[in-house]
Design a protein. Structure first.
Lengths: 204, 204
């Protein structure tokens, strides 16, 4: 899989806060390479070449290829979590709809980063993996709280809350697998569709 | 990611019909390696070593590494399709529940094969990709027909049928990503949970 110019722009946007620019260019090159050929098939030399830098320059900013993956995974998970915690609605149904809309749209728009984040977890060191698992738990507990609040308020009817959390997150995350930029569905329209489907799942 | 003894047993089961035994051993070794480190990071030499054969022996049965991937993808998609077409129920609600149960359980039980099938599509040659896309269209149209029949019978209420097809398949397929053998949820219990959630999505 090759990365299109549009997809590079999206990666630029995803990683816009990373400084200095050389470190940012390397993260973008690494995310594109990991998404395209997989973590294990990518060398730091490939990443340096794609970033237009020398292989040695990578080690000024990152300890290793795994360190690049960890930064992508850590920042990627934080961004995804922010999609849920950034919701301002307080009424349970509106809150869940807004959260699902933001979270699923993010997985469409930033599908390359999201794929790396989801598919290369097992390549992290045990310490880095533990740190990312902590972020994943926060994502889960944020959604669980939203569902529990809705059940408590009588807005949702959910026989298996943990099962519903799993299904809601899975549905949104899998957008990163099938989404194609320029296809029939935009990130925005996926968000609208999924908010409706999730509210139905919760019998809102 | 290393493949456990239990996961090898499941791969043995998945590929039980492939003959001769040497060809089967190679497919199993290839599926485990592709699921573990990715297609691009795996060599035919790795596959031969894992199958306990010489690198030259691979070429007696398969034209190339890509040919191994194609066989895994083609047979994997056919098995997944059979989960949907093998349903004997005719009443729309019972039929959809049985199909979702079988399809999602399959993606749990055969998660290693399903991951390869879903994540390595872009590594296929254009001809092989086209053949697999045909099977994917059959999977989609089988589910679309089930939903349309239910809508026509007044059993489902679905504003966006194509959107619902996408979400139902995505939800079931993504089980292959998060499922862990020996975890809280068995393939059977995932099937039961997902059948209920999908019927809710379709307002059955």
């Amino acid at each position: 899989m090759t990365t299109t110019a549009h997809e590079f722009e999206l990666l630029e946007h995803t990683w816009r806060d990373v400084t200095p620019p050389a470190a940012r260019r390397m993260l973008i090159a690494a995310a594109a390479a990991f998404a395209g050929r997989g973590y294990h098939a990518t060398t730091t030399r490939d990443i340096a070449a794609q970033a237009g830098m020398s292989p040695a320059a990578v080690y000024i900013h990152y300890r290793s290829k795994e360190d690049l993956l960890f930064q992508i995974s850590r920042i990627g998970h934080r961004r995804a979590l922010e999609m849920l915690t950034g919701v301002t609605e307080t009424e349970p149904v509106a809150r869940m709809a807004a959260a699902v809309k933001a979270f699923s749209s993010w997985h469409a728009e930033f599908h390359l980063t999201a794929r790396v984040v989801q598919y290369e977890l097992t390549a992290l060191t045990p310490e880095h993996h533990a740190e990312v698992v902590e972020l994943r738990r926060e994502i889960e507990s944020t959604v669980r709280e939203m569902i529990e609040d809705g059940v408590a308020a009588g807005a949702f009817e959910v026989p298996d809350v943990r099962g519903a959390v799993l299904a809601v997150l899975s549905l949104c995350i899998d957008v990163a697998r099938w989404y194609k930029p320029g296809g029939r569905r935009t990130p925005e329209s996926i968000g609208t569709l999924y908010a409706d489907l999730v509210l139905r799942m919760l019998s809102a």
